[in-house]
Design a protein around this ligand. Structure first.
Ligand code: A3P
Length: 283
């Protein structure tokens, strides 16, 4: 991958796209959180839009799903300050870069984690299709970069480890993409319990229907092709988000050798992680 200077810049050792201005990133620590802010946290391609859609249905009114906090120019922090409703704030930031006030105010936070092999494949397609990301040479070169954390938003391993290490500070709820695929009803129940939202079984069934992959993909395709808002700082085009939405697609990409190397890296890096021990790689 060429580090195309007009697309990528490095901040705190992490590659960001130029859609996240350096001035904004420098100003994040001064951001004032509110006690009722809710954070939706993820490494890119982990199911952020899925989780955000569930939120929209759980809070049908009087909440604002904001753009990702790391997206745009510094003026956007002012826009967030001016919002009067409860804010649901998506972010791909690592724990260290999250504005301190969210931590001080112990804001609720939901982290969606996806198995890193499918995440890597999904991000590979994003690199190919998303004009905001640099050109990549091919799967095998890309996979090395992913393993080394030299992709946008940095290392998947460090992202998960950082948030896991501090999980008790904000009482973060961790959800697995694969568990959501297996039993969305239970996942929505878990989220509503965490948020203290009263909801009955039939309402949950309704949310499950409205947030299925096919429903969400169809809705985006039916909409106008104008760029829309997304909850990913790397694009505003929702059409780039819905690809396959499956568990285990990685098997179509990894050679045996690549799979062995990936497993070894994962074992070494995630040795201390209890979250990683429960990740499922197939459905
Ligand atoms: P694939 O590229 O594997 O299809 P994010 O929202 O964090 O950018 O993640 C995008 C990934 O989540 C894509 O994965 C996308 O298809 C998948 N996704 C989006 N909505 C989904 C849904 N309702 N159910 C399952 N997967 C979904």
């Amino acid at each position: 991958m060429t580090l195309q200077a007009d697309l990528i810049h490095i901040f705190n050792g992490i590659p960001f796209t130029t859609r996240s201005s350096a001035e904004l990133l420098r100003s994040l620590d001064g951001f004032q959180a509110r006690e009722d802010d809710l954070l939706l946290i993820s490494y890119p391609k982990s199911g952020t839009h899925w989780l955000a859609e569930i939120m929209k249905h759980l809070y049908p009114s009087k909440v604002s799903l904001t753009p990702p906090i790391e997206f745009g120019e510094v003026s956007k922090l002012e826009e967030l300050n001016n919002m009067t409703t409860k804010r649901i704030v998506p972010t791909h930031l690592n724990y260290a870069m999250l504005p301190k006030d969210f931590k001080a105010k112990k804001c609720k936070a939901i982290y969606i984690i996806r198995n890193p092999k499918d995440t890597a494949v999904s991000l590979f397609h994003y690199y190919r299709d998303n004009p905001n990301l640099p050109t990549i040479e091919g799967w095998s070169t890309y996979l090395d970069l992913f393993l080394q954390g030299e992709v946008v938003c940095g290392s998947w391993f460090d992202h998960v480890l950082g948030w896991e290490e501090h999980r008790n500070e904000m009482g973060t709820l961790f959800l697995y993409y694969e568990s959501m695929k297996k039993d969305l009803f239970q996942s929505v129940r878990k989220i509503s319990n965490y948020l203290g939202i009263n909801i009955n079984d039939s309402e949950i069934h309704d949310i499950c229907k409205k947030t299925s992959f096919s429903e969400m993909k169809d809705n985006v395709e039916k909409e106008n092709s104008e760029p829309e808002n997304t909850v990913c700082s790397l694009t505003s085009n929702k059409r780039l988000i819905f690809r396959k939405g499956t568990v285990g697609d990685w098997k179509h990409y990894f050679t045996n050798k690549q799979n062995r190397l990936f497993d070894e890296t994962c074992e070494t890096k995630m040795d201390s992680s209890s979250l990683a021990k429960h990740i499922l790689y197939e459905d």
